[in-house]
Design a protein around this ligand. Sequence first.
Ligand code: TYD
Length: 207
Amino acid sequence: MMARGKFITFEGIDGAGKTTHLEWFRDRLAAKPAVAGRTVVMTREPGGTPLGEAVREIVLHQPMDLETEALLMFAARREHLARVIEPALAHGDWVLSDRFTDATFAYQGGGRGLPRDKLETLERWVQGGFQPDLTVLFDVPPDTASERRSAAREPDRFESETDAFFTRTRAEYLRRAEEAPYRFAIVDSTQSIDAIRKKLEEVIASL
Ligand code: TYD
């Protein structure tokens, strides 16, 4: 039997540039000797399952109560864990997810102001003690991120938020990183793509 796979998440405020590195990271990971012969499953949140993708469509575009928003994020996550993430890891695959629970703490908690204890309760309910083996946090000041976003397409309910919102979101990401430094790699995302990839190579080598 193959050893259990590892679970890696990518995080950062909108415009931090994580999407630029996702596929490259997957390919570099797959080339790692410890990963050879296994699949690296790429997935995302909200999303990752048919139900999760339907929830994504709703939370990104429909106005709703803040608690509803948090509950939907965790409902989609439960489905994602049960149907995709857990089975893949048990099978020996590695899983790379574009966002996970840290995003809920950062956006619904930091950004929107939902009390943290409610999110901690949901986190325990939905995932028990389960946490990513590694979380890569693409860290960038909100004004840099908003410049990058304005170059991109039609903004959704989160992308259209203010710099003040993203200042709080970023602060909560950094607080989560401080709370669990053993699983976080913080990447200064104001750097060039090459410099970031050099740092990511180190992160992959250290896994
Ligand atoms: P994102 O991952 O940035 O995808 P894209 O690059 O296609 O825009 O979009 C997901 C959005 O959902 C992002 O703005 C953050 C938000 N989000 C939350 O607010 N809470 C969560 O728990 C998750 C997973 C995402």
